[in-house]
Write a new protein. Structure first.
Length: 171
């Protein structure tokens, strides 16, 4: 893994030199190296630490990690953040086809591994920033990952974990 530093922020991706490739499947296959099993396990541990510090994510079950986090590690569609070696945030994204987006937007549909790539509809399934660094993470996404004008969606979730609505935003 390589580290990028913005002040004290460390952004960890498998290959930050290609981190602006937030692109469709064909380009990802060309630029995104695979995480080793050890790297994936280390990230899962750090993600779990962040989840335990988040009121919302603390309610997740082990199956949620498999369904909502691991596919992004496999497809290298994530950013993980640390300050001074301490985890502060994680965000992942999926490019959904129109058909998959229609099912996913109900808030009840679980994406299969293959459904995370191949579409034109950008979604952020998980955004974990339990220590108040959300703005810093969004700034990084806007500056280093997302092309200007990119429409994106994410879920608004109630404190009890239930689906509230869909957030639509443009970079």
């Amino acid at each position: 893994m390589q580290l990028l530093r913005e002040e004290q922020l460390e952004i960890i991706n498998i290959d930050n030199e290609n981190s602006d490739y937030l692109s469709k499947e064909s380009e990802q296959e060309q630029t995104a190296p695979l995480l080793s099993v050890q790297q994936r396990l280390q990230l899962i541990g750090s993600i779990t630490h962040l989840m335990g510090s988040s009121q919302l994510h603390r309610q997740y079950q082990i199956a949620d990690i498999t369904e909502r986090f691991i596919p992004s590690l496999i497809h290298n569609q994530f950013r993980y953040y640390e300050i001074n070696g301490n985890p502060i945030g994680f965000v992942n994204w999926a490019w959904l086809s129109d058909e998959v987006e229609e099912k996913y937007s109900t808030g009840e549909y679980v994406l299969s591994l293959d459904e995370w790539v191949g579409g034109n509809n950008l979604w952020f399934p998980e955004f974990v920033a339990p220590f108040g660094h959300a703005r810093l993470i969004v700034k990084d996404l806007r500056s280093n990952i997302l092309p200007k004008g990119t429409p994106a969606k994410s879920f608004k979730i109630r404190p009890d974990g239930s689906f509230r609505s869909i957030s639509r935003w443009t970079v």
